[in-house]
Design a protein around this ligand. Structure first.
Ligand code: ADP
Length: 170
């Protein structure tokens, strides 16, 4: 591929004018995922699928941040438990970039209730109950934009291309 010589191999597959090629989504490993040492496996799935990590941090979530993140759920009966769960330990929050990142990530994460999530999805492989479902993924491109702005400062997200250290870089 001639693009490999230009240090932009992915542009062979995804011309830069193709809509959605630089779509970003917010993925968070929830406290149960961190406590069960699932962070590495979850990151690996996104790397192997072909997405690019552009932001990553670990933090203890505040109730204020949670109420803004889950603003549509604050009136639900399970919301107090959701707050307890999400503040029970640190979360690892990430921004992944790539073609159709939001929709593909939702498919990789699986349905909200692990009982309905297919094997092969993160929730289908690693969880059994809706209240402890290991991971969060934005559910729409608009939602992703809002969530990324909520969780990350602009300078915490990096635009990077392959440095071409060697022939196995991409
Ligand atoms: P998703 O995380 O798949 O986008 P929702 O936005 O509907 O799903 O819910 C946010 C989170 O709230 C879920 O991931 C889960 O942790 C929790 N949750 C949703 N529904 C329930 C429920 N019926 N009982 C307990 N917790 C729930």
């Amino acid at each position: 591929c001639v693009c490999a010589l230009l240090h932009t191999p992915l542009s062979c597959l995804f011309p830069s004018d193709l809509a959605g090629v630089r779509e970003r989504t917010l993925i968070a490993v929830k406290p149960d995922g961190v406590q069960r040492r699932l962070v590495g496996q979850i990151i690996q799935r996104f790397e192997l699928r072909g997405f690019k990590l552009v932001g990553l941090k670990m933090l203890q979530v505040s109730e204020d941040l949670l109420s803004r993140h889950y603003s549509q759920l604050t009136g639900k009966p399970f919301y107090p438990d959701l707050v307890k769960y999400m503040t029970s330990g640190p979360v690892v929050v990430m921004v992944w970039e790539g073609y159709n990142a939001v929709q593909t990530s939702r498919a990789m994460v699986g349905l909200t209730n692990p009982a309905d999530a297919q094997a092969g999805t993160v929730r289908g492989d690693f969880s059994i109950h809706v209240s402890r479902n290991v991971v969060h993924a934005s559910d729409s491109p608009e939602g992703a934009q809002k969530e990324i702005q909520l969780w990350f400062q602009g300078q915490e997200l990096l635009n990077w291309d392959c440095c071409y250290h060697n022939i196995t870089c991409e």
